[in-house]
Design a protein around this ligand. Sequence first.
Ligand code: ADP
Ligand code: DP6
Ligand code: CO
Length: 325
Amino acid sequence: MKKTARAHTNIALIKYWGKRDETLFLPTNSSLSITLDQFYTDTSVEFDETLDQDTFTLNNQPVSETERMKISRFLDKVRTFTGETRFCRVESINHVPTAAGFASSASGFSALAAASVKAAGTEATLEELSILARQGSGSASRSVYGGFVEWQMGEREDGLDSYAKQILPEGTFDVSVLSVEVSTEQKKILSREGMKRTVETSPFYQGWLDTVGEDLTHIKDAILHQDFTRMGEILEYNALKMHATTLGANPPFLYWQSATLKVMEEVQAMREKGLECYFTIDAGPNVKVITTPKAEKEIEKKLKSIDVVKEIYPCRVGPGISYID
Ligand code: ADP
Ligand code: DP6
Ligand code: CO
C-alpha cells in the first residue's frame, strides 16, 4: 500500500531555539508559526517485505548514507508507533529549497510522518502525528496543522505533552508572507547544530529563555485580536533576539549575509514611510517579510528593486496535512 502525503512549511513568529532533550526533540521553549501555502513537500511511502533496509530518494536522487540513516532512524519511531515491522521505500519531492532556511525539515518530516503512518495502515490523531513529526525535526510538529499554530513545549520527560495545536485556522486572519530569497545555498550550520552550540555556550541564551514566554503570550493575544501591528512588532523583536544569541556562542556564528541586512534595512525604511511590514529570519540568510494582503504588491515591488534580491515568493496562510492518494 503506497501512500502519499503533502505537508506545507511554516515560518516561526516565535522561534523554537534550543532542546532540553535531543533524542526526543523536546524544546526549551514553546513556539508559534504560520503555515505557508506556497512551499510544501510531497512524500510517498511503501512498506515492502523484500527490502533489507529503508530506501530514500529526495527530488528523484538517492541521498547520502548519513541522510538515509537519519530518515531510517525516524522510521524506526514510526515502526514502534504503528507496530509495522517491514522496511519501506520513501520518495520525497521538496517544492521548497532544501536546507537553506526555508524550513524543508518542517514540511519534510511532517509529510513523512503522515505518509508512513498511513502506509502502515494505522489511524493517528493530529496530535499523535505532531508528536511523531517532532521527532524528525522540531519545527515539523507545527506543519501538521494549517493556520496559526503553537507548539507547546510540554513538561513530561516522555514528550507525550509536547505537540502543536492550531490557534487560528487559515482563512481567519489574512496575512501575507513575502519569502525573500537572497541565497539558496545549503547552510553551513544546520539548525540542529546551531541551536545546540548556542544552548551549550552562549551567555545570551539565558536572556532568551527568560523572555521568550512573554513574547509568546503577547503575540497570541495580538493574533487572537487580529492586531497586525502588535503581532509584527513582537515577531521582529523575537527574531532579532534569537539571532543575537548566536553571536555569543563559542565559536560564534551568524546566519545573516550582507544581503540579509539590506532587506532588513529596506523593511525598516518602508515602515518609516508608513508601509506596514515586519521581518523574520530562520536559520539561514533569507528573509520573510510579513505584511497585509493590501500592502503586499507595493512592498513586493520595493523589495524586488534591491539588487541582492534573487526571487520573491508571495505566500499566504496555508493548510495542514493532506493525502494525495
Ligand atoms: P531547513 O531550513 O531547510 O529546515 P534544516 O537544517 O532545518 O534546514 O534541515 C535540513 C534537513 O532536513 C536536511 O538535511 C534533511 O535531513 C531534512 N529534510 C529536508 N527535506 C526533507 C524531506 N523532504 N524529507 C525528509 N527530510 C528532509
Ligand atoms: C530557527 O526544526 O529545523 O527555524 O529540530 O534540529 O530539526 P531540528 O531543527 P529545526 O529548527 C528550526 C529553527 C528555526 C526556528 C523555528 O522554526 O521555530
Ligand atoms: Co529546519
